[in-house]
Design a protein around this ligand. Structure first.
Ligand code: FAD
Length: 415
């Protein structure tokens, strides 16, 4: 892999930028066997493959993707990165992830445009004030730097905000100064390039249609491009986790729903922080192109559309207009949805499964972009060693044993 650098840009300019090599290889066909197969070339699948190679020297790996790389939720989210969760197990994995984002561009030699611009979660009821103060105390004990700030500071950090609100006044906010955003596609592309450089195969347009077993042990997968055998299989398919689990012969406590987002026309810089208004339910940041990136709600019923229902657009825009009145004068450019996989306690599943050799990474719901590097770090360890301190609390067994990691009350939304 040729390193990207200012020098490389100058060198390639001499040939009118005609000689850049492909960022990652596209193998003509999958091999008949790999040590490890990862299903799903989203951020979590690619990060898992990357750390399998980087931390454990396992490089005979294929990442199989039914569509195109990063075309699932990884390329559809609003890119909020924060680690101010309530429970210790969550804070550990999300903070590991946030800290890996800080150096990701250097690690991957790929600019993922990590922008630690600060994330604030508005408190608009007394209940939220109490909840966020509690989270700030928990974060202090966990070593995660957050603070509860008062309305005056909120206004200083985000002058376009309306503190009085027609329905709910702003009473304060939970503020994480080192939270922020990153370029979602670049995260997928950067990992793909690094995996390819280690000799791994990333096979797009290759849908897994069946999982082969010998008794209780996995032996390989059936795909639209033929059968492929493997020793270990990682299922990392977000909203399709239930479908893949069904192929393997077990059930998952997850529901798949559509979550949507929209962007406005680009405008001059007006906002250099991320704001989440969870009571009225809308959140917003400004992209480097100037578009206002707006996140909406999840559908209240299970479905597999990548679109989302219309009334959520109306509710989201209403929430945004009361929080930031200037939004009423913006034109919206486009809207889209992704299929997110929700667990009952709103925490992920990183676990072995009833089928030996099959591991599952899912349940990130509406908030897994921020977790990509941390999840890949821990899940690779779980797949390589059979155990990982970052993942142990997130096993499937917690649903059977009642050891829930309840983040649903800590953050009404988990983005
Ligand atoms: C609108 C929206 C806004 C969001 N905002 C945020 C946010 O601000 N911050 C945040 O942290 N998170 C956010 N999220 C959540 C975040 O996007 C996801 O949690 C995360 O991207 C999940 O990554 P993944 O790699 O697990 O899944 P994905 O990126 O969905 O990748 C899974 C891949 O598996 C593939 N696949 C499925 N079935 C098969 C099969 N049978 N064979 C082969 N491949 C298969 C899919 O095609 C897909 O590419 C948001 C999500 C949405 C939809």
């Amino acid at each position: 892999m040729k390193r990207y650098s200012a020098f490389a840009i100058a060198r390639e300019a001499l040939s009118n930028h005609q000689r850049w090599e492909r960022a990652w290889k596209k193998p003509a066909a999958p091999k008949s066997r790999y040590d490890v197969i990862i299903v799903g070339a989203g951020g979590h699948g690619l990060a898992t493959a990357y750390y399998l190679g980087k931390r454990f020297g396992i490089t005979n790996v294929a990442v199989l993707e039914k569509g195109w790389l990063g075309g699932g939720n990884t390329g559809r989210n609003t890119t909020i990165i924060r680690s101010n969760y309530l429970q210790d197990a969550s804070a550990a994995i999300y903070e590991k992830s946030r800290s890996l984002y800080e150096t990701m561009s250097q690690d991957l030699n790929y600019n993922v445009m990590f922008s630690p611009r600060g994330v604030m979660m508005l408190a608009q009821t007394e209940h939220e004030v109490r909840g966020y103060r509690r989270t700030a105390h928990a974060n202090a004990l966990q070593g995660v730097k957050t603070e509860f700030i008062l309305p005056r500071r909120v206004k200083e950090l985000c002058p376009i905000i309306n503190l009085d609100g027609p329905r709910y006044p702003v009473l304060g906010a939970l503020w994480q100064a080192r939270g922020g955003t990153a370029r979602h596609d670049a995260v997928a592309w950067g990992y793909a390039r690094a995996c390819s450089a280690m000799g791994m195969d990333i096979i797009e347009k290759c849908e897994v249609t069946g999982i082969d077993r010998d008794g209780d042990r996995v032996t390989g997968v059936q795909t639209t491009r033929g059968a492929i055998s493997c020793d270990k299989l990682g299922i990392v398919v977000a909203g399709h986790s239930g479908v893949l689990a069904d192929m393997a012969g077990f059930r998952l406590p997850v529901e798949s729903v559509a979550l949507q987002a929209l962007v406005s026309e680009p405008i001059k810089p007006i906002m250099d922080v991320v704001v989440m208004a969870n009571t009225v339910h809308g959140y917003m940041s400004q992209s480097d192109k100037g578009e206002m990136v707006i996140g909406g709600g999840a559908d209240g019923y299970n479905n597999y559309t990548q679109r989302g229902s219309f009334h959520h657009i109306e509710e989201t825009v209403r929430a945004l207009v009361e929080t930031f009145p200037m939004v009423s004068r913006l034109k919206m450019l486009r809207q889209w949805g992704g299929i997110v996989d929700m667990t009952g306690d709103r925490s992920p599943i990183l676990s072995k499964t009833p089928v030996e050799g099959v591991f599952i990474n899912c349940g990130w719901g509406t908030g897994g972009f921020k977790a990509i590097p941390g999840s890949g770090w821990g899940f690779a360890e779980l797949m390589a060693r059979g155990q990982s301190p970052l993942c142990d609390a997130f096993s499937l067994g917690r649903f059977r044993e009642g050891r829930f990691i309840d983040e649903s009350v800590a953050a009404g939304v988990a983005h």
